[in-house]
Every structure is written in C-alpha cells, then in structure tokens.
Design a protein around this ligand. Sequence first.
Ligand code: 5GP
Ligand code: ZN
Length: 115
Amino acid sequence: MSHDPNCIFCKIVAGQIPSRKAYEDDDVLAFHDINPWAPVHLLIIPKRHIASMADVTQADGPLLGKMAALGPRLMKELGVTGGFRHVINTGPDGGQEVYHLHLHVMGGPRPWLKG
Ligand code: 5GP
Ligand code: ZN
C-alpha cells in the first residue's frame, strides 16, 4: 500500500494534516517533530507508506540512503553545528508510536535519547 488513509504521516504527506516542513521531493518529506526532544528535531519519512524498519527490503536501500543523507544536510541548513543523532524506533519494544517509517534527526545541545 503506498498510501494508508488511516496513517497520520500519510495524511501529512497528503497535506490533510499541517506540518512544519523542512524539505520535500518526490520520494521523501522532512518536517519538524510536534513534540521535540532536541532544539532541532526533524522527522524524515518516505512519502510511500512503509510501516516500519521491519518492512524494509533491500530494494528500499536507495530510499533509506537518501533519508540518511538528508539529515546532515538539513541540520547544516538549520544551523546545527555541534552534531546530531539519527534514531529509528521499530515496534512496540522499540518505542515506535507512529507506524509509518520515520527517521528522527535530533540536533543542538544535549539531545536526549528518546524513549
Ligand atoms: P516514534 O515514537 O513512533 O518513533 O515517534 C513518533 C514521533 O512523531 C513522536 O516524536 C511524535 O512527537 C511525532 N508526531 C506524532 N504525531 C505528529 C504530528 O501530527 N505532527 C508532527 N509534526 N509530529 C508528530
Ligand atoms: Zn503512512
């Protein structure tokens, strides 16, 4: 399924729920987390609905590479100079709350570990 009508992040992709966007292209969307755990806290998501890392296949490699490389670029654009963290939560024991794959990129002083 490329779009899940019940998925909150698919609704953000479709513009049905507002978000503060940092980057968008045909494949990915980056927006600011509504409940930030760091001074700059972005969520980078594929536009296509993938529920979690548990559903990723090797064919998704280029997409994940694009998401990973976008983090450093956006942190730089947003003025983060001292480093940042990439985090992906997977499944209930991994602390995943939204079941649309998302890469947390948290920058700024002392970003705490989520969860
Ligand atoms: P998870 O625990 O699934 O890795 O993280 C989900 C993240 O999505 C949380 O950090 C939460 O604050 C964020 N989030 C949930 N709903 C919304 C929303 O409607 N808009 C935005 N911008 N972030 C959201
Ligand atoms: Zn979705």
